[in-house]
Design a protein around this ligand. Structure first.
Ligand SMILES: Cc1ncc(COP(=O)(O)O)c(C=O)c1O
Length: 392
């Protein structure tokens, strides 16, 4: 059957493709270590699950308002005030079916054909495709590895033109883990303040960082940006709730209204039961968060040390998220490949370890490893990679 022209502009998400391949190999009996999945390996907290059970016991089985129940929207405003010192009303927030849906809605609502979107690279695989599906034109702005994959103000300034309609900021970043400190964010904010473009702040990893604190939110430092910023977030990573599919955002009321119109014609509300769970996650006790981040921190140190000890591979310790972006260029020749994707495939074959090649993240020198898995799996996978490469 002939598919729409629109589909010519996009490709399937490579993280999902690799993940499915690992699942397939495992199903065929092969002992594969999976470092591809971008989700915490922790269970959703008991109190959050209990809120979902309670919602079922309450018989909350009906459609809710498109952008979420009033409890859900209230919870979003409470979270933004508590964690980010941002003051939003219920008319300026909404929930969607995952952060991905939130970001897609925002792009559909704000981009017109030909609008340019500056995407700092390496970037999360879905951004360019979402931009293209929304009629926009992705303009990748590569950040250099030697600067920890962080952009300088001058680099951002040089990339912004009158044609720039939107800039995406994702700190901490998937796939590099790069995260801006207060000074870095302040520099970028000052540039953004001078250019009339939309800022799409993807905060999904905001709590997963290892510098012992979090800088003030960009909008707390630059309140003047509020009228042209969408703050996107999700319960997926912070609360180990990837499967529940609840994302949310804050934006000027007219943008939320437009996004609600879109969502109302596509999915309507996210699951009523998942919303009840998300309300508890956002407003209930937050004490289970710190131990999870501490554990990620322990794994991060271990993984960085191990990769940097393997001849041909190197990583710069990421500031946040739960990924390392491994530079494998010096090992390409030995593996008889010339890019990160083929390296990842060779590694899957040779070491039975599944990672995601860097091509679709905007770097063909790298592959991405998720360390959101047990120490035992990390150690097993790293031994296998070391042995495989050592034997080439
Ligand atoms: C940078 C980034 N933004 C957004 C998302 C979307 O997450 P979800 O749709 O699970 O909320 C992800 C998921 O991997 C991500 O890495």
């Amino acid at each position: 059957m002939k598919l729409s022209d629109r589909l010519q502009k996009v490709k399937p998400s490579s993280t999902m493709a690799m993940n499915s391949r690992v699942i397939e190999l495992k199903a065929s009996g092969r002992d594969v270590v999976g470092f591809a999945a971008g989700e915490p390996d922790f269970p959703t907290w008991d109190n959050v699950c209990e809120a979902a059970h309670q919602s079922i016991r309450n018989g909350e089985f009906k459609y809710t308002p498109v952008g979420g129940t009033s409890e859900m929207r209230h919870a979003i405003t409470v979270k933004l005030a508590r964690d980010n010192a941002l003051d939003y009303s219920q008319a300026e927030v909404m929930a969607s079916c995952g952060g991905k849906h939130t970001l897609y809605n925002a792009m559909q609502a704000l981009l017109s054909d030909g609008d340019e979107v500056v995407i700092p690279g390496p970037y999360w695989v879905s951004y360019p495709d979402m931009v293209a599906l929304s009629g926009g034109v992705p303009r990748v702005l590569p950040a250099s590895e030697k600067n920890g994959f962080l952009l300088s103000a001058a680099e951002l300034e040089a990339a912004l033109t009158p044609a720039t309609r939107m800039v995406i900021l994702n700190s901490p970043s998937n796939p590099t883990g790069a995260c801006y400190d207060e000074a870095g964010l302040r520099e970028l904010g000052a540039v953004l303040e001078r250019h009339d473009c939309v800022v799409l702040c993807d905060d999904v990893y905001e709590f997963v960082r290892y510098d012992g604190g979090r800088p003030p939110h960009l909008l707390t430092m630059f309140p003047s940006l509020r009228e042209r910023t969408v703050v996107a977030n999700s319960v997926s990573k912070t609360y180990a709730m990837t499967g529940w599919r609840v994302g949310y955002c804050a934006a000027p009321a007219n943008v939320i209204k437009a996004m609600l119109t879109l969502q109302g014609q596509m999915t309507s509300n996210p699951s009523s039961i998942a919303q009840a769970a998300a309300v508890e996650a956002l407003t209930g006790p937050q004490s289970a968060l710190a131990p999870m981040i501490e554990e990620f921190g322990r794994r991060r140190s271990y993984v960085c040390e191990r990769f940097n000890a393997i001849d041909g591979l190197s990583v710069s310790p990421p500031g946040g998220a739960f990924y390392v972006f491994v530079n494998a260029r010096d090992a390409f020749q030995r593996a008889d490949v010339d890019n990160g994707d083929d390296f990842a495939l060779a590694m899957l074959d040779g070491a039975s370890v599944g990672v995601v090649g860097g091509n679709d993240f905007g770097s063909s020198d790298h592959f991405r490893v998720s360390y959101a898995t047990s120490m035992e799996q990390l150690s097993k996978g790293l031994d296998a990679i070391e042995n495989w490469l050592g034997g080439l």
